[in-house]
Design a protein around this ligand. Sequence first.
Ligand code: NCD
Length: 308
Amino acid sequence: MKHLLSIHDLTDTDLEAVLATAEEMHDVQSRPVKKLPALRGRTVVNLFFEDSTRTRSSFELAAKWLSADAINVSAKGSSVSKGESMKDTLLTLDAMGVDAIVMRHAGSGAVAQAANWVRASMINAGDGTHEHPTQALLDAHAMLRHFRNHDLGTLEGKRVVIVGDLLHSRVVRSNVALLPRLGASVALVAPRTLLPAGVDTWGVEVTTELDDVLPEADVAMMLRVQRERMQGGFFPSEREYIAGYGLTGTRLASMRPTAVIAHPGPMNRGLEISSDAADSARAIVLDQVSAGVAVRMSVLYHLLAGNE
Ligand code: NCD
């Protein structure tokens, strides 16, 4: 495995290996001394053309805990704001001899394009509305750990309901590619205006009625309403959105006793998710964050450790 651009890049063997190594890495995270020598001497660059809190910091921690050197380059504060092209920025970093470039960009396909230009391994940390493969891997890892710790089995036969701004979400696309491979059945829920074109060909159930599917869910994954990607009105008002698609206290009460709530973050509290839901004992939102470091350690390890 040279790059991780999409969930589709992972064979079943890769997928199994990445998830298994993530479990081992998770244990490192809970140690007082969080350091493995696996990537000593390697260099990882985080190249972010879009904002990020958890993805960027967890990739940085993941690299550091594996003893790699890690630096952050963000568009704000770099020569990108002087008008340098994406290609020149990539070639510049590549010329320094870095081993991996973790890249986030507003253009769908930008990271795959970058992989054609550089010698380094490229990792997609979110490209436009296309994919965010490590997010789906960490979602799966967090769910698997939760189910295992609560004697609820694996993802086999589980029902995952993904709700909200599907149109602008790269997270949903990666999860739709991943979760069914792990045995889960997926239902997508959104108002008609936030359903991506062609969603009916994705091979999963699609509905506009949250209350039809929520009571059967094992996991409700709430997606952020991505206002920064919206021009014009995709729904009449926030009140209307909450009424149809918000995870309110009432909806929370309609869920199975063992069901959990996931959200990739950042959350719009009071819009797609109420504080009651976000702060409830069923929320695995912070477990997803912890899972993020373990999964990214695993991905960096699999991409970089074996390519001497
Ligand atoms: C997501 C993203 O950037 O795609 N966030 C994340 O990586 N945790 C989802 C979002 O921005 O809503």
